[in-house]
Design a protein around this ligand. Structure first.
Ligand code: GLC
Length: 531
């Protein structure tokens, strides 16, 4: 590549991601589960909103013990979502509106119903999975599960027991654990090849890339993830040659490692190697919904009491940016299918505008989790569904409830009987919906749309322009691209401080003024100004 040539994935710089949980977005055939045709019917709305890249959670054939993260065939879609042809139609309909579609690649494990696994559980010579058969099973490291097939011994799962880890080898041999194969053994190489075939299949029919599930998990006992990094670099080399437009975004939670490993971008997550996911939780930790008992209590910066600080996030973001420069992107989600929504616990609807003002003017690539743009809340108290529950206070179902489109039956999500929906709707009679917010110019939805419009029309507010932080408390004050001043005050108390300029022209502001050399910010206010 010549030094001036732009990489073909440059589109990511302007991406505004929108994550769709396909089960819960729009049901076109009345079976209570969302589907491709449903998503297609809502593309005009997404185009109106201004998002340009949609990421779908796994929609491959699956027994759904982990909501589709247990794939039983990577080459065909689950019938609940429609046919492969329906997916192709959706992708083309999206493209005609300027929207790219990414799928979710579950690279590290399959379902225990995948034919690769059932074959492996029947053939003691098969290496596609990690099998141990020690003389004394009491010596096995934790986690191994007894073989369900004629093969003797135990296999290693990656997440639930129904998700056997694909064998990408071990970084270090250990004579006491003879099942540790090197990364270039036959089984691990076959799995690498399979990843290429899966990617090639979907990219060839028009998909624009993948979010890669548990991307750091591939090679086992891999200090510093060095062998996993090599594996992804090799795949990236192949991808650049064969599908140079395609993007890989990792679920890794450490862009400083995953981008040099070949990912075009990586998400800040609620967990991960960098101080256990503290970057994301320091912004919008919720105390409720998806709480890992191991996490230290942490007051989020976006909390009305004003007990948090943006400094944790800023420090980690700065060190990531110093490492990756413009070789890739850190992505910042509002929430996701594993983490509670912005509207959760003590965070109420009035607090969301300031959160979005930050999210959409910060240089990280923004990812909006479906429904957050109208302030859908995390619904507490739901039963476990398709593996949603991970702990006593950790139920992902509350972030996966049906999209609220209007005030008709089932909020316009489905014509099925209410008890037949994938998950129940938020029972709150005041639950927000798209139709009401589209009709109300002052709604959160309109604000999110305006913010996206500003971000995509003004490069100064995008992911490439400079960012200078002027104040990192309440409020957070920063200058983007040298000429846009942004002020967000997520606490309920007002704040006043010196401004870098005497006066500034508001572009989009509520409750923040800049005049006479001072910034005056009401509680929960935000403002974007030209300076
Ligand atoms: C990722 C997914 C999560 C899934 C897990 C196992 O963390 O986001 O939903 O349960 O991987 O595949």
């Amino acid at each position: 590549m010549s030094p001036t040539a732009r990489p073909a994935t440059e589109w990511l710089a302007d991406a505004v991601l929108y994550q769709i949980y396909p089960q819960s977005f729009a049901d076109s055939d009345g079976d209570g589960i969302g589907d491709f045709a449903g998503i297609e019917s809502r593309l005009d709305h997404l185009a109106w909103l201004g998002v340009n890249t949609v990421w779908l959670n796994p929609c491959f054939a699956s027994p759904f013990r982990d909501a589709g993260y247990d794939v039983s065939d990577y080459f065909s879609v689950a019938p609940r979502y429609g046919t492969d042809a329906d997916l192709v139609r959706l992708v083309e309909a999206a493209r005609s509106r300027g929207i790219r579609v990414l799928l979710d690649l579950v690279a590290g494990h399959t379902s225990d119903e995948h034919p690769w696994f059932t074959a492996s559980a029947a053939d003691p010579a098969d290496q596609r999975y990690i099998w141990a058969d020690p003389r004394d099973p009491a010596t096995l490291p934790a986690g191994f599960v007894a073989s369900p097939g004629p093969r003797p011994g135990f296999y290693l799962p990656n997440f639930f027991a129904s998700q056997p880890a694909l064998n990408f080898g071990y970084a270090r041999p250990d004579p006491a654990e003879p099942w540790r194969l090197p990364v270039d053994a036959e089984g691990p190489l076959a799995n690498r090849q399979a990843l290429r075939e899966v990617m090639d299949h979907w990219l060839s029919i028009g998909l624009s890339g993948f979010r890669v599930d548990m991307a750091a998990s591939l090679v086992k006992d891999d200090p510093g993830q060095q062998e996993t990094v090599k594996l992804w670099r090799e795949l990236r080399g192949w991808l650049d040659a064969r599908h140079p437009q395609a993007a890989l975004l990792s679920e890794w939670g450490d862009p400083a490692t995953s981008v040099p490993a070949g990912f075009h971008g990586d998400f800040f997550l609620q967990f991960g190697p960098v101080r256990d996911g503290i970057a994301l939780r320091s912004l919008w930790n919720n105390f409720e919904g998806t709480v890992n008992e191991q996490w230290q209590p942490l007051s989020p910066y976006f909390g009305a009491e004003g007990l948090g600080s943006p400094q944790t996030f800023l420090d980690i973001w700065r060190s990531v940016t110093d490492t990756i420069g413009d070789t890739g992107y850190a992505c910042l989600p509002t929430a996701n299918h594993d983490f509670s929504r912005l509207a959760c616990g003590p965070r109420t609807a009035e607090q969301l505008p300031a959160a979005f003002a930050f999210h959409l003017t910060w240089p990280t690539v923004p990812a909006i989790y479906y429904g957050d743009e109208i302030g859908m809340r995390y619904v507490p108290g739901l039963p476990d569904h398709e593996g949603s529950r991970l702990g006593p206070r950790y139920n992902r179902a509350g972030s996966r409830t049906p999209m609220q489109w209007d005030d008709t039956a089932n909020a316009g999500f489905s014509t099925a009987p209410a008890e037949g929906l994938y998950l129940p709707l938020d029972p709150d009679p005041a639950r927000p919906n798209v139709a009401a917010q589209r009709a109300d110019d002052g709604s959160l939805l309109h604000l999110v749309r305006r913010l996206i419009e500003l971000r995509t029309s003004r490069p100064e507010l995008g992911s490439r322009a400079a960012t200078e932080v002027l104040h990192d408390g309440y409020p957070l004050v920063y200058v983007r691209g040298g000429n846009h001043l942004v002020v967000v005050n997520p606490r309920r108390a007002a704040a006043e401080l010196d401004a870098p300029v005497d006066h500034a022209a508001p572009v989009l502001a509520r409750g923040v003024e800049v005049g006479d050399g001072r910034i005056r910010a009401d509680g929960l206010g935000y403002g974007i100004f030209e300076i």
